[in-house]
Design a protein around this ligand. Structure first.
Ligand SMILES: [Zn+2]
Length: 247
């Protein structure tokens, strides 16, 4: 079984049927992260009756300002959702700092609920890596997952010490930072991700399908000089462990 620990189903738009067929054909266990409550409902609808798709409730930092005033209404979604995401902070793509206080408020609410309900969060950390680390030192969070990390090396090392998992994605062929992460991560902390079909556009201008994950796993096996099946099953064991410990 392959693992796509961070995807976005709504980005497939009219190709959602094809995408789900590919997940089933290639046996890709997929965590369907949400940007907002609407995208969570969308993921839930397509995950129904499919063990391969795990819908995750989250409020993305880009959307935080829309939901900041009434957060308690989301407690029931958080309780029912096995994993949480996408949540986090973004001080890089969001340049207007008037939005940062909203991001912090939503992120802190989500983290406090992850602690209370023993959920593992899938986190966006762009440009806010040190601050995310500070939050993780303050909250007792089980199995935190860091998505597409591109921050400073010293913060990465502290996040590893804190027990974080890292999702390795479609830039593993050409990003030195990502390639270095793969080589330095403990094997039991590696996960793989596509970040949905749109992420590949950043790399080669084309939308990707869930089967991109096969190439990511192959590249990781080359970087680690490991048998492809061995690292594939290690990554699956890593996700299974998180799921088994998430209430
Ligand atoms: Zn994402």
């Amino acid at each position: 079984m392959y693992v796509d620990a961070h995807t976005h189903l709504e980005q497939f738009e009219d190709k959602i049927g094809d995408a789900i067929n590919k997940m089933e054909k290639d046996k890709i266990m997929s965590v369907a992260c949400s940007m907002n409550p609407g995208s969570y409902e969308y993921s839930k609808k397509f995950a129904e009756g499919k063990d391969l798709i795990i819908p995750a409730f989250g409020i993305h930092p880009w959307e935080a300002h829309k939901f900041v005033d009434d957060l308690d209404v989301f407690d029931s979604c958080i309780m029912e959702s096995q994993l949480i995401g996408e949540i986090g902070l973004d001080f890089y793509w969001i340049t207007n700092n008037k939005f940062y206080s909203y991001q912090r408020k939503v992120f802190e609410y989500m983290l406090s609920r992850c602690q209370r309900y023993e959920k593992s969060p899938n986190m966006h950390t762009k440009g806010a890596e040190s601050e995310i680390l500070e939050y993780l030192m303050r909250y007792e969070i089980k199995n935190p997952i860091i998505h597409w990390y591109s921050g400073p090396r010293d913060v990465f090392e502290k996040l590893v010490d804190r027990g974080c998992y890292f999702t390795i994605g479609v830039d593993v062929y050409n990003s030195k930072i990502t390639r270095d992460l793969v080589k330095s991560l403990p094997k039991d902390k590696i996960l793989t991700e596509t970040d949905g079909p749109d992420a590949l556009k950043w790399i080669n201008g084309k939308r990707g399908y869930p089967s991109e994950i096969k190439k990511v796993v192959r590249e990781i096996s080359i970087l680690l000089n490991m048998d492809e099946e061995e690292i594939k099953s290690q990554i699956y064991d890593n996700l299974t462990k998180i799921l088994s410990q998430s209430k």
